[in-house]
Design a protein around this ligand. Structure first.
Ligand code: FAD
Length: 303
């Protein structure tokens, strides 16, 4: 436990947050691996300022945990506190074809809430698990749709200043392939998206089609973090790994999915170090065979 000051812990509760010491990250990530870490669940957004200030004064580093669907957390005890915004509100505000969505809301559910109001254009994202905040940080995308281009403004809590700012894409926020320009200590609180008017029925048909494609090509019943590596320009990492005959290759409990070679799955109570070793093996083989250096898509949390 790295947060051991009882007075601070008691204060946290009064600010509208909850301290959860030594949480096994394997229980909070879709990959199902990761050692213990102290979590602070932020129930009222107003708590962010005193909590981060208190951590700063004590020299404790912090990170942000969303839905945990794109994180590979090391097995060792983590020397950081992870903040998590409580998903206590899926309240989406509708104004014409723009919508205001809280960062803690589930992305897929938000897509469907908008669809019910005949607002589409983000159907591609319906099967991307996790939170809206995580999707913004990662510029999540699927089937030709990325969240970045839909963004009109984002409310960010800046860890560096302890202030909230409303950012617009023209004013310095940029999105690239599975990457955004936010500082590592920025916390997304909410986003305004601009969508397209489209009949619910049409959106629903599209969603069904995409879900079917996803089910047919991804190991959705197993523990994974989605694609482990990014696609190099013009290439498919899944195809490169598949062509090397690596589907089914395992290290400890971490296995290259037979369904999609860029998905590594936790099949036999894997540890994070099994995944690190399997990733090294894949990187080495791909580099040797194709001269291509693979870049991680998954966010690795190591001390
Ligand atoms: C089965 C499966 C399928 C997937 N398919 C896709 C896909 O098609 N396309 C795709 O892009 N991804 C895919 N992913 C990966 C993952 O779902 C996305 O990256 C998702 O957007 C991550 O959101 P999260 O809330 O789970 O973030 P987390 O995994 O919790 O965190 C990811 C990063 O975002 C940061 N973060 C989270 N919330 C905030 C916030 N409020 N403010 C600031 N930073 C924050 C974290 O600190 C971390 O750096 C898939 C994953 C799985 C398991």
């Amino acid at each position: 436990m790295i947060l051991s000051d009882p007075q601070f812990v008691a204060q946290i509760e009064t600010w509208g947050a909850r301290f959860a010491p030594e949480q096994p990250l394997r229980e909070h990530t879709s990959l199902g691996v990761g050692g213990p870490a102290d979590l602070i669940v932020i129930q009222r957004l107003e708590a962010l300022e005193p909590v981060t200030e208190g951590l700063r004064q004590r020299g404790i580093a912090w990170g942000l945990l969303g839905g945990g669907t794109n994180v590979l957390a090391a097995d060792e005890p983590h020397q950081k506190v992870y903040l998590r915004l409580a998903p206590n509100s899926h309240d989406i505000e509708f104004r014409g074809n723009t919508v205001r969505v809280p960062a803690a809301a589930e992305l897929g559910r938000s897509v469907m809430e908008c669809a019910k109001r005949n607002l589409g254009g983000m159907e591609g994202l319906v099967g991307v698990p996790g939170s809206v905040g995580g999707a913004l940080r990662m510029n999540a995308g699927a089937y030709g749709t990325e969240i970045g281009p839909l963004v009109r403004s984002i409310t960010v809590f800046r860890g560096s200043t302890g202030r909230r700012e409303e950012l617009v894409p023209q004013g310095g926020v940029s999105f690239q392939y599975r990457k955004s320009s936010f500082a590592s200590d920025d916390i997304m609180l909410g986003v305004t998206l601009e969508l397209k008017e489209r009949p619910f029925r049409e959106i629903l048909d599209h969603v069904k089609l995409l879900n079917q494609r996803r089910r047919g090509s991804q190991p959705l019943k197993e523990k994974s973090a989605g694609c482990i590596f990014k696609n190099p320009p013009g290439l498919s990492t899944g195809k490169l790994i598949d062509e090397l005959g690596m589907k089914g290759t395992g290290v400890g409990g971490a296995v290259v999915s037979e369904r999609h070679a860029n998905f590594l799955v936790n099949r036999h109570s894997a540890t994070a170090s099994d995944f690190f070793r399997l990733m090294d093996l894949i990187r080495e083989r791909v580099l040797r065979a194709y001269g291509v250096e693979l870049e991680e898509e998954v966010i690795v949390w190591k001390n």
